[in-house]
Design a binder for this molecule. Structure first.
Ligand SMILES: *[C@@H]1O[C@H](CO)[C@@H](O)[C@H](O)[C@H]1NC(C)=O
Ligand SMILES: *[C@@H]1O[C@H](CO)[C@@H](O)[C@H](O)[C@H]1NC(C)=O
Ligand SMILES: *[C@@H]1O[C@H](CO)[C@@H](O)[C@H](O)[C@H]1NC(C)=O
Ligand SMILES: *[C@@H]1O[C@H](CO)[C@@H](O)[C@H](O)[C@H]1NC(C)=O
Ligand SMILES: *[C@@H]1O[C@H](CO)[C@@H](O)[C@H](O)[C@H]1NC(C)=O
Ligand SMILES: *[C@@H]1O[C@H](CO)[C@@H](O)[C@H](O)[C@H]1NC(C)=O
Ligand SMILES: *[C@@H]1O[C@H](CO)[C@@H](O)[C@H](O)[C@H]1NC(C)=O
Ligand SMILES: *[C@@H]1O[C@H](CO)[C@@H](O)[C@H](O)[C@H]1NC(C)=O
Ligand SMILES: *[C@@H]1O[C@H](CO)[C@@H](O)[C@H](O)[C@H]1NC(C)=O
Ligand SMILES: *[C@@H]1O[C@H](CO)[C@@H](O)[C@H](O)[C@H]1NC(C)=O
Ligand SMILES: *[C@@H]1O[C@H](CO)[C@@H](O)[C@H](O)[C@H]1NC(C)=O
Ligand SMILES: *[C@@H]1O[C@H](CO)[C@@H](O)[C@H](O)[C@H]1NC(C)=O
Length: 505
């Protein structure tokens, strides 16, 4: 064997190791330099461990928030809530060709999103949420073909949503909420066929909801609330078979609720309130058996409540107030045994209230004010001890309030004003120690004011005006130190108001 030859092979081998180490070292060095120069551009940070002079962390792979791949190249930069103050201008994106995760959320970053971010071709997750980043979303973001999650929420972004985001077909999460983004929703977002979460709420978006969003069949939550969106809800919304939450509230949406909504059988939250939605509530709503929250208040809905609502056994919150709904409130509504909030106020309902309105024993907040309701207080309200708020004012309801109402230990608010109730004020209400508003003006109430009303230490508003009350104003009223608004006029009461009323203790 030739000694020289084997020596040469060994030397060559050692040289090769040195060279490969050197390459490794120079990558690590370059990446460390890039991080350190960004760090030095920041006004504040919690990155004390980022230092090459620290003997226990000579490679950036050991630095806080940094993770490297097997070859020693940085693949994750995770610095949420790291107290970063500064901008991304001195962040050398080109130094991190293997970066997959960049999470700088919950910091105080300002400035714009540099378009060079698009050089990070392996990036799967980009989270810059909860900062003060301004400027517009660079259209170059559309080049990040491997992006799975994009969260730019809670910043100061302006300008419009770039069409190019439609290229990010691996995207499962797109969060742009709480910014000042304007313009319309690009129809290209309908190409994001893997999208599960789409939240564009709290922006300045205009235009209508593109029908292409109906292609997002993986979507679980669609949130476009608190924008200036107009036009009608596209019937294609019914294709979103995996939708769990649909939030379109506080916009300028017109037109009807499409009947195709009945195909969204996984829906639990349907919040369309504060728009100008017209037409009637489709009876297909009865297919949404998992619905928990149905908030359609403050719209222009007409027609009756469909009886199919009785199928929605999991409903806990039903808000239909401030519409032009009419007809008799269907008896089937008493099938909603989980209901906690039932608000039917400010409509054109007529006829009697359903008798077993509190059947499930969970009703806390019941309102049917400002309708054309007649007849008595429903029987079921008498033992509805869960009640905290009862608003029945401005109807033509009748009955003896001392017999038809029960004991409500948690009652905070009761307004029966402008009806035809008669009978005497019940001693029971003196036991509702959390009562802050008691309003029964403009009815036919007789008798005197119970002395135990003086126990209502939280009472801020007491309106008993325009009834047939008589007798002395109880001297116990002196204990009503929270009272800000008292009206007793237009009765046959005598005596003086105790001077202590409304004075702080
Ligand atoms: C940041 O980058 C700019 C050029 O873009 C340069 O002028 C400045 O010196 C850098 N700041 C720091 C602290 O490195
Ligand atoms: C050195 O780095 C280690 C590991 O990252 C860290 O725990 C330590 O606090 C650092 N020391 C200094 C003086 O920065
Ligand atoms: C970024 O970090 C925060 C805090 O740990 C975390 O809640 C968030 O989910 C991360 N972002 C992504 C996109 O994973
Ligand atoms: C990205 O989107 C833009 C605008 O929609 C389009 O013109 C371009 O062809 C797309 N690029 C790729 C690679 O799909
Ligand atoms: C969006 O806002 C920018 C300023 O941030 C403005 O220049 C632009 O005209 C607005 N576009 C639309 C469609 O309102
Ligand atoms: C996406 O939706 C639009 C509009 O509803 C439709 O014309 C188009 O065919 C759909 N594309 C796919 C791939 O389903
Ligand atoms: C629900 O989807 C089926 C097809 O899956 C369709 O035939 C039907 O018309 C849809 N129903 C509504 C109410 O849109
Ligand atoms: C109603 O709620 C219960 C308890 O959360 C749940 O187990 C059930 O699946 C729900 N029903 C429907 C139809 O989603
Ligand atoms: C909705 O009702 C409001 C108040 O009644 C009215 O001003 C508005 O014009 C109506 N909008 C539509 C689209 O019908
Ligand atoms: C719903 O309510 C109606 C009327 O109260 C009743 O006849 C019907 O049996 C109820 N349906 C279910 C499924 O409970
Ligand atoms: C109220 O009383 C009725 C009988 O009068 C009873 O069927 C119902 O279960 C009671 N409801 C509650 C919540 O106790
Ligand atoms: C009265 O209000 C307090 C404070 O909100 C609450 O903790 C308490 O449970 C209420 N009392 C009743 C009987 O509901």
């Amino acid at each position: 064997m030739d000694l020289h030859k084997s020596k040469a092979i060994i030397l060559g081998f050692i040289w090769a190791i040195l060279v490969s180490c050197n390459i490794g070292l120079s990558t690590a060095e370059a990446q460390a330099d890039a991080l350190l120069s960004w760090k030095s551009s920041l006004q504040a940070h919690n990155l004390q461990s980022w230092s090459l002079s620290n003997a226990s962390s000579t490679t950036p792979c050991n630095w806080i928030g940094i993770k490297c791949d097997d070859a020693g190249s940085i693949e994750e930069i995770n610095l949420p809530g790291a107290g970063l103050q500064g901008d991304l201008n001195n962040f050398s994106f080109s130094s991190f060709p293997n970066l997959m995760i960049l999470n700088l959320s919950h910091n105080s970053l300002v400035g714009t999103i540099p378009s060079q971010v698009s050089i990070l071709s392996k990036l799967a997750s980009l989270d810059l949420s909860v900062n003060q980043i301004s400027g517009s979303i660079p259209q170059e973001l559309g080049n990040l073909m491997n992006l799975n999650e994009l969260d730019l929420s809670d910043n100061l972004l302006t300008g419009s949503i770039p069409y190019s985001l439609g290229n990010l077909t691996k995207l499962t999460v797109l969060h742009l909420y709480v910014n000042q983004i304007n313009g319309s929703i690009p129809q290209e977002l309908g190409d994001l066929e893997n999208l599960v979460l789409l939240n564009l709420s709290n922006n300045l978006l205009t235009g209508s909801i593109p029908s292409s969003l109906g292609n997002l069949t993986m979507l679980a939550h669609l949130s476009l609330s608190k924008n200036q969106i107009t036009g009608s809800i596209p019937p294609q919304i019914g294709n979103l078979k995996n939708l769990i939450g649909l939030r379109l509230f506080i916009n300028g949406i017109t037109g009807p609720i499409p009947s195709s909504i009945g195909n969204l059988t996984k829906l639990t939250i349907l919040r369309l309130f504060d728009n100008q939605i017209s037409g009637s509530i489709p009876q297909e709503i009865g297919y949404l058996k998992g619905l928990v929250d149905l908030s359609l208040l403050i719209n222009n809905l007409t027609g009756p409540i469909p009886a199919t609502i009785g199928n929605l056994k999991n409903l806990t919150r039903v808000g239909l107030s401030e519409n032009q709904l009419s007809g008799v409130i269907p008896e089937e509504i008493t099938n909603l045994t989980q209901v906690v909030i039932l608000n039917l106020g400010g409509n054109n309902f007529s006829g009697h209230l359903p008798q077993q309105i509190c059947r499930g024993g969970s009703l806390a907040n019941f309102a049917a004010y400002s309708n054309h309701l007649t007849g008595p207080i429903p029987e079921g309200l008498k033992n509805c001890t869960t009640l905290t708020k009862l608003g029945l004012y401005e109807n033509q309801l009748t009955g003896n309030i001392s017999e038809d109402l029960g004991v409500y230990p948690s009652l905070e608010y009761i307004d029966l004003s402008d009806n035809r109730f008669y009978g005497e004020l019940s001693l029971n209400w003196g036991e509702s120690r959390n009562l802050t508003r008691l309003q029964i003006s403009r009815n036919l109430i007789t008798g005197s004011i119970p002395t135990n009303f003086g126990q209502l230490s939280e009472l801020g508003v007491l309106s008993l005006s325009s009834n047939h009350l008589e007798g002395e104003i109880p001297k116990e009223f002196g204990k009503l130190t929270s009272l800000l608004n008292l009206s007793l006029n237009d009765n046959q009461l005598s005596g003086k108001l105790p001077p202590e009323i409304g004075e702080p203790i």
